[in-house]
Design a protein around this ligand. Structure first.
Ligand SMILES: Cc1cc2nc3c(=O)[nH]c(=O)nc-3n(C[C@H](O)[C@H](O)[C@H](O)COP(=O)(O)O)c2cc1C
Length: 364
C-alpha cells in the first residue's frame, strides 16, 4: 500500500516523500514585495517536505493584490528569492514558486490607485482587508483583448526569473478565484469575444499562460493549481465538470509536471452548491499527469487517497504553518502543534518561524 513516506519521481525531480507544503500567503515580505531573511528561514525550516510550493508571488505591478506578498519581476526580488532557494536546497529540500495575478481580487488603495482588472466588470464577493479595516471589492476594469498578450508575457518572464532565482519549477496559481480562474469560470466571465462564452474561449487565457510558461522553461518544470469546487470570492461555474475536464485534458496533452487540485472545504460543501465533491477522484481518469491533491487532509486520510490511487502526492496547508517538521511528526505519530490563525497573515516571527520542532535536529 502506498503511503506518504514513499519516494516519488516528479517529472525528473526525486522527492523523498509524498508530502507537499501547500502554497500559503503569509504577508512577511517587505512593503515593496521582496522576500526577507525571515521568509528564507521559514521555508528552510520546512525543507523536509517532499516538495515546497511557495506562497503566491506576483508577476507584475498589475498582479499585486496582497500587502507584503512577494514578487518576482524585479532584480532585487530575484536576488532575494535566490537566497531562499539556496537555503532550501542546502537543507536538502526542493521548491517551486507559485506565480500569480490577483485579477479582480484587489483594491486600488493598496495599488497606488491602480484599479483591479478582470474579465468582466463584476466584483468579487467577500471581505478585503486594508489597514483601515474591511472593505468591499470594487468593480474591476474589464481587460481589453489587446492587453492579454502582455499579461501572458509577464508569466513567461516570471518563469524565466524563477529559473534564474534557482527554483526547481513554477506553479501557475490557476485556482481560488484569481485571474486565470476568473476567465475560466462563467460566473465571473461574461465576455463575448474569443476569451468568453464557450469553454474553449474561457480556458484560453489559462492555456496560453501555461504554454508561455513551458516555452519559457520546460513542461516538466511547470505545475498548475486548479480549484474546481471553490466558491471563494464569488467563484462558480455552471458546469464545473465539463469546464475543468476540458482544461485537465488540454494540460494532459501539454505534459506539464503536475496538476495540483484543491478539494472542496467543509464550509463550501455545506452550501450544497458544490458540483464536484471528490476532485482528484473525478479527474484522475481524464489524465495521466501526476496529481497532487489537498485541503483538509491528515496523515490517515492522505494515506487513504494515495492508496486508492486518486493522487500521487498530498499537499498540507495549515498543518505546515504550525509544524515545520510535519514529515517527522507524521512518521513518528507525534502530536501536532496547534496553529494560531491570528498570526497567519501577521508580521514578524510570531506564528511564523517560532513553532517548535520535535527536536532541534528535526528542523533545519
Ligand atoms: C494563510 C493561508 C494562506 C493561503 N495562501 C494561498 C496561496 O498563496 N496560494 C494558494 O494556492 N493557496 C493558498 N492557501 C490555500 C492553501 O494552499 C490550502 O489549499 C488550504 O489551506 C487547504 O489546505 P489545508 O486544509 O491543508 O490547510 C492559503 C491558505 C492559508 C490558510
Amino acid at each position: 500500500m502506498l503511503n506518504l513516506f514513499d519516494p516519488y519521481e516528479l517529472s525528473g525531480l526525486s522527492l523523498p516523500n509524498r508530502m507537499v507544503m501547500s502554497p500559503m500567503t503569509r504577508t512577511r515580505a517587505t512593503e515593496d514585495d521582496v522576500a526577507t531573511d525571515l521568509l528564507r528561514e521559514y521555508y528552510v525550516q520546512r525543507a523536509s517536505a517532499g516538495l515546497i510550493i511557495t506562497e503566491c508571488t506576483e508577476v507584475s505591478d498589475q498582479a499585486h493584490g496582497i500587502m507584503r506578498a512577494p514578487g518576482i519581476q524585479r532584480p532585487d526580488q530575484i536576488a532575494a528569492w535566490r537566497g531562499v532557494t539556496e537555503g532550501v536546497h542546502k537543507a536538502g529540500g526542493r521548491i517551486f514558486l507559485q506565480i500569480w495575478h490577483c485579477g479582480r481580487v484587489a483594491h486600488p488603495e493598496m495599488r497606488g490607485g491602480l484599479s483591479p482588472v478582470g474579465p468582466s466588470p463584476i466584483a468579487a464577493t467577500g471581505d478585503f482587508f486594508l489597514p483601515r479595516g474591511r472593505v468591499d471589492f470594487p468593480i474591476p476594469r474589464q481587460l481589453a483583448i489587446d492587453e492579454l498578450p502582455a499579461i501572458v508575457a509577464t508569466f513567461a518572464q516570471a518563469t524565466r526569473n524563477a529559473r534564474e532565482a534557482g527554483f526547481d519549477g513554477v506553479e501557475l496559481h490557476g485556482a481560488n478565484g484569481y485571474l486565470q480562474d476568473q476567465f475560466l469560470e462563467d460566473e465571473s466571465n461574461q465576455r463575448t469575444d474569443s476569451y468568453g462564452g464557450s469553454i474553449a474561449n474561457r480556458a484560453r487565457l489559462m492555456l496560453e499562460t501555461v504554454e508561455a510558461m513551458i516555452t519559457a522553461w520546460s513542461p516538466s518544470r511547470v505545475g498548475v493549481r486548479l480549484s474546481p469546487s471553490s466558491l471563494l470570492y464569488g467563484m462558480h461555474d455552471s458546469n464545473a465538470l465539463e469546464t475543468f475536464g476540458y482544461v485537465v485534458r488540454k494540460l494532459d496533452v501539454m505534459r506539464i509536471a503536475y496538476l495540483h487540485f484543491c478539494e472542496p472545504n467543509a464550509k463550501d460543501l455545506k452550501t450544497g452548491k458544490i458540483q464536484i465533491q471528490h476532485v482528484a477522484k473525478t479527474f484522475r481518469p481524464m489524465t495521466s499527469l501526476p496529481i497532487i491533491t489537498g485541503t483538509g487532509f491528515d496523515r490517515n486520510t492522505a494515506n487513504a487517497v494515495l492508496s486508492a490511487g486518486y493522487a500521487d502526492l498530498v499537499s498540507f496547508g495549515v498543518p505546515y504553518i504550525a509544524n515545520p517538521d510535519l514529515v517527522e511528526r507524521f512518521r513518528s505519530d507525534a502530536p501536532l502543534n496547534k496553529p494560531d490563525p491570528s498570526t497567519f497573515y501577521g508580521e514578524g516571527p510570531k506564528g511564523y518561524t517560532d513553532y517548535p520542532a520535535l527536536s532541534p535536529t528535526t528542523a533545519a
